[in-house]
Design a binder for this molecule. Sequence first.
Ligand code: UN1
Length: 513
Amino acid sequence: TVSFGIDDTLEILGIKHVNEGSSTGLNQFSNGDLIKSYSPVDGSLIGSVKATTKVDYEQVVNAATSAFKTWRLMPAPKRGDIVRQFGDKLREKKEALGKLVSYEMGKSYQEGLGEVQEMIDICDFAVGLSRQLHGLTMHSERFGHRMYEQYHPLGVVGIISAFNFPVAVWSWNVALAWICGDVCIWKPSEKTPLCGIACQNMAAEVFAKNNLPEGISCLINGDYKVGEFMTKDSRIPLISATGSTRMGKTVAQVVAARLGKTLLELGGNNAIIVTPDADIKMTVIGAVFGAVGTAGQRCTSTRRLIIHESIYNQVKQAIVKAYNQLRIGNPLDESNHVGPLIDSGAVAMYQNALHQVVEEGGTLIVEGGLLSGVGYESGCYVKPAIAEAQPHFKIVQHETFAPVLYLLKYSGAVEDAIAIQNNVVQGLSSAIMTHNLREAEQFLSHAGSDCGIANVNIGTSGAEIGGAFGGEKETGGGRESGSDAWKIYMRRQTNTINYTTDLPLAQGIKFDL
Ligand code: UN1
């Protein structure tokens, strides 16, 4: 049994009047219909929030635009100090926020805590970065001239995030955007609106304590139509969107039509290549966590195992054995490995994938299916499944956001496995399990994996915040989080200064008056 006080948790996170439409800070501008948040854990109504109307949205944009005027003038390291305080607030409320993430989204409590840890880590990263927003200096071709570049704040950044990482993905964007001098408007997934309110409350407390306007962090609620207020709005120079490829294509077209910038983090179809030299024990841990962690609802979830024929049976048996030990149930009970899917729509897509793989000629070797009975009343708990399949199957080419793992066989050299891996439209995460240096380096070479993330002897999910996160092809090409991902949140300016009494033109052009 699980002892879980949702009321206490909501209180710690400052979420009140949850069934009349939670209102807090800028969310007071929300006057639309109620969005009800049901927990996939037990099916109960946790609370509801009011959607943002077009009129509300105008007020939010005004609040953001006016906050930007103050915020952009604050020295970046001082902005870093505000982000440091926000990180401290997250440390203080880590347990409560981790629980709400787990209860509202359905991932295990450990993964909920892990998600909040990612937020804390990106805050630390951003604090250091606030003193390192470096541009280059160049040598001018003209005498007595100096040339350099600097990065200026961009403005209002729109963030559209998905249900599966209801708080961390927002934090990767805001922590960087804030130190860069931008203000943000966030539309969290309508499936996890209370996580949004909890984060907004924490940010608002930090801004109030520092006499800063809450408009530095704004929250809007609703479905894709509310997202459209932002994508069509030329007052928002950058839209960072995480979600399905279908959503990303729409967002990209609408924003491109007004020549705005996008940062897209879309679907993956991540594979682990298992070579004859793989450590089987490590492979099993990496593959099983990758495939069933977060119930297969990470964009980095492992969807395909590409196994060499010489060890195929051995790997298959080891993985099937591990699947038989999985405990599925309430994610707040720490003895369970796998929680529910987000909702009945996700269950239907999962069931469709199992049906389709068989229809295309695949074989289910771990059956799967919807669980019912005590503890499974929400109707969202499914059994992780494994199918033996062929790389070209339509369903194998497609990202199903559920715990369905496809086993694919390769013969021959590692190039054959790499070709299978790359032969999908998505390009997010990839991995190889091998002790063979040649194979590992081939996988990482120019002719190797075409993904944004390529790991050796690690699974496909669970990336650290210090690296740039994102992928190629239909994954959208954006990079969030670490490395130099901050640059997209700023506008670059090239400055040339003449400190002579002449005005020589570049390229040696003479223009005598
Ligand atoms: C996502 O699923 O949108 O690499 C993000 C991972 C996590 C982030 C996943 N750090 O699995």
